[in-house]
Design a protein around this ligand. Structure first.
Ligand code: HEC
Length: 266
């Protein structure tokens, strides 16, 4: 009996040691309990070693005893295991999703802010353009739908659309093949157009697109004579697209770029 108490005390001490150890190593609480439980299990095994030995069995009785022992072991293991907190992947996914959601929302808010800022900048540009169109005679703007009187919002929206169409035409007609703009394109060495808005009016640019022989760029006399700039846009483009492209180009007034002057030929 004294031996059994001694073993129990040793078992509890080992259990306590494991508990403190796992705590010091910052294991989650469930692991403290698990290690403690192992110490108790070990104690039980050592106690069983001292139990009086059973009478020898054989035949069907021995087989039945082994079977019963096996069933008891299975029940204890399964029941014991299911007592521990269970790891549920869905649960963990839910937690991760919660964390990610907060982050995602933050970045979406960021994107929305950026978009709003861009729209504001574009609106400013559109307003400036609407002023320009008015100064150029007003009737160049596409007809404004409805009867809203001097409807500023509608006309700035139309101007914004026009800029967009102009930029699209620049890409579609591949003007960038010969002309550098915003630092891009111009492999076939035509004049760089970043300051064209300070040199040519929207009407001049329109005329140049429809009839490249109408204007000759200084320093590009050879190219002009050879007809490098294609004389095909009058067939390829609709009038409103030419206007949009010319309007868009006339907004480029970057004086730090050396865009050459053109001389009127026709
Ligand atoms: C195959 C090359 C090529 C393509 C494509 C081309 N251009 Fe040109 N462009 C030139 C060359 C070369 C000049 C200068 C010689 C001249 O005056 O024709 C020029 C001149 C100009 C000028 C006058 C530039 C200045 O500084 O005065 C404008 C404006 C212009 N092009 C607009 C356009 C637009 C808009 C498109 C697209 C619809 C276009 N070009 C497509 C070669 C090209």
């Amino acid at each position: 009996m004294g031996k059994a108490i001694f073993k129990i005390i040793i078992g509890l001490l080992v259990g306590a040691g494991l508990w403190v150890g796992t705590m010091a190593l910052e294991f989650p609480p469930v692991f403290r309990w698990m290690f403690f439980a192992y110490a108790i299990l070990g104690t039980v095994v050592f106690l069983v070693l001292d139990a009086p030995s059973m009478k020898p069995m054989n035949g069907a009785k021995a087989f039945g005893a082994v079977l019963v022992f096996y069933v008891i072991l299975c029940v204890v293991y399964i029941a014991g295991a299911s007592l521990w907190p269970q790891y549920d992947p869905e649960d963990e996914k839910g937690k991760i999703e919660k964390l990610l959601k907060a982050k995602r929302e933050a970045s979406e808010q960021g994107k929305a802010d950026e978009l709003i800022a861009r729209v504001k900048a574009l609106d400013e540009q559109a307003k400036a353009l609407a002023e320009r169109i008015k100064a150029l005679g007003g009737d160049l703007a596409p007809p404004v739908q409805g009867t809203g009187g001097p409807g500023a919002p509608a006309s700035t929206a139309a101007a914004g659309d026009m800029l967009k169409i102009g930029e699209d035409q620049w890409q579609l007609q591949e003007c960038y093949n010969c002309h550098k703009l915003k630092g891009e394109g111009g492999k076939k060495r035509g004049p760089e157009l970043d300051n064209i808005g300070s040199l040519m009016s929207m009407d001049d640019i329109k005329q140049k697109i429809l009839d490249p022989k109408s204007w000759m760029t200084e320093g590009f006399e050879k190219e002009f004579e050879k007809g490098k700039m294609p004389d095909k846009y009058k067939d390829l483009m609709e009038d409103k697209d030419v206007v949009a492209l010319a309007v868009w180009l006339s907004t480029f007034k970057n004086t730090s770029v050396n865009t050459p002057k053109s001389i009127k030929k026709k």
